[in-house]
Design a protein around this ligand. Sequence first.
Ligand SMILES: CC(=O)SCCNC(=O)CCNC(=O)[C@H](O)C(C)(C)COP(=O)(O)OP(=O)(O)OC[C@H]1O[C@@H](n2cnc3c(N)ncnc32)[C@H](O)[C@@H]1OP(=O)(O)O
Ligand SMILES: CC(C)C(=O)C(=O)O
Length: 517
Amino acid sequence: MTDQNNDRVFIFDTTLRDGEQCPGASMTLEEKLEVADALDALGVDIMEAGFPIASQGDFESVSEIARRVKNASVAGLSRAAPKDIDRCAEAVKHARIPRIHTFISTSPVHMQYKLQMAPERVLELIASSVARARNHVASVEWSAEDGTRTEHDFLCRCVETAINAGATTINIPDTVGYTTPDEYRALFEMVRSRVPNADKAIFSVHCHNDLGMAVANSIAGVMGGARQIECTINGIGERAGNAALEEIVMALKTRADVLPYKNNIDTTLLMRTSKRVSAVTSFPVQYNKSIVGRNAFAHESGIHQDGMLKNAHTYEIMTPESVGVSKTSLVMGKHSGRHAFKEKLKELGYDLGDNGLEVAFTRFKDLADRKKVVYDEDIVALVDDEIANAHERIQVIALSVMAGTKQPQSAALTLQIDGQQKTYQATGNGPVDAIFNAIRALAPHEAKLELFQVHAVTEGTDAQAEVSVRLSDGDVVSAGKGADPDTLVASARAYVSALNKVFARRARGTVEAVAAL
Ligand SMILES: CC(=O)SCCNC(=O)CCNC(=O)[C@H](O)C(C)(C)COP(=O)(O)OP(=O)(O)OC[C@H]1O[C@@H](n2cnc3c(N)ncnc32)[C@H](O)[C@@H]1OP(=O)(O)O
Ligand SMILES: CC(C)C(=O)C(=O)O
């Protein structure tokens, strides 16, 4: 029937069935329809839409999905029980290609303790359930639950029975995530070589991730002759989850040199589909998750960023565009280097020259040491602050403040004024007042404080503060800004920045007055 040596691998998505089985991931009908539309657009060959006997809601969603889906085959799950199979048939009957997926456990532990059935009874149920399903639909999948812990001779008898009864797909699941790649590959090779009618069905892998090997095992199964892969978006599923569709598909695409298997998935929709599933299930995607994690195409360390700027192949084995991510992101942080910082400044519209770059880079590293995430807004605030204050007469050199419930608050401030450093300790009605009193003592002036305003550049308790100060000197108002993760340092910078403008205006006025004489 099917050539097991061909290179087409069918993608069977079970996000809506096994994915939904993980605690907390259940979806409403509307949410399931949304996911079904996304899976159909993605190009899955078969989508398992639910377990129709489980509830009226599950029946209705499988049935609605069957009517709605345009391209993929729609499958429903059923135990080896007539009522399950008939209910499933009723639910999938409007699908373009309806499939009944029936299963029963075949391992000694499951047969003895869970089913409490003798192996011969299990064989009978395989024959009757598959035959019943075949009376309803042409596409019937049979699964040997706990297949990887099943005794080999018995597994072969079960598979032969299922195919004889009309199964078109044979799934050997690693239900408890126990197998290893070599073992799973050998299992498929063994079954396919020993079962006389094996060539009449497509073999399928279905792996769980209890030991973190679900994707590797799935691919090994394909190397052993399986041509259907059962998987879920974001790897959601029972316990540690199922094999992740996006990882399997990108492994096949990226390593086509050693994994020459074709499928129908539009990989550029992977990110969008992952986000949709994450949103409807409220299951967050781990940051460092392969392919669809938010760090999958993000680089923070300077050496990697430098490499990426020179040639993306240095640190990326697939392009972000190929999975629907718009671009690689170079995240600025304490591990970043000058090349990436310079590039970031260029992107933000700054050209500071070598000296300016060096000063801004030093301040950036200092900020990154203190702040968990450095956002573009932080860099803009920092560079603007540097540009505004770098060539000023007065600069803030050091500040330490005593604040708290005990009065009065005090500030010890060191300013550099015309190249000379001076320190003064002042008290005040609060730490900001103490700082401003210290500035007044170090750089005496008549200007009056008109406005003092603080706002956070980004979110979080480690956000940079951006402080605005306005000083009025006669009719003239001078405004200054200061940015720093420490609000008090930002306040000192802002006041000094405004004061520099007051002095600059006065100096200009004097020059103009002298010139007018
Ligand atoms: C490996 C997998 O992912 S298998 C799929 C697991 N998914 C689910 O279970 C989700 C949907 N399940 C449900 O809604 C319910 O379990 C139902 C509706 C299927 C059954 O509910 P209940 O009738 O209340 O039975 P319950 O779940 O308590 O026990 C399961 C029964 O099915 C039997 N059973 C389990 N698997 C099979 C099977 N493949 N074929 C036949 N009988 C089976 C069990 O032995 C047990 O039988 P018992 O009642 O005679 O002891
Ligand atoms: C029903 C089967 C395919 C299953 O989900 C499993 O064995 O994990």
